[in-house]
Design a protein around this ligand. Sequence first.
Ligand SMILES: [Zn+2]
Length: 85
Amino acid sequence: MLRIPSLVSMPSFFCKCGERILDGRIPQPTEWLLMSDVEYGTYSGMVDAEQLYLAMKSMLLCPQCGRVWIFWNGYEQLPTCYGQE
Ligand SMILES: [Zn+2]
């Protein structure tokens, strides 16, 4: 079952294997934050952590099956799933 989290309600997201990998905890143990090296290069010196956080993409790692889900365009769009081979 695939449920798309919303920033308005309590975020919840289930992996294809059935594992709940987003449950609203802060910090979220299954969440990794991504940023391209090019974008990271635009930052220097003292950085506002909140600004940096907002610029990063959210990646959820399923501890059960190892799939990763990347929200390339925020939580309002469908994430892309990447599985292990
Ligand atoms: Zn999974």
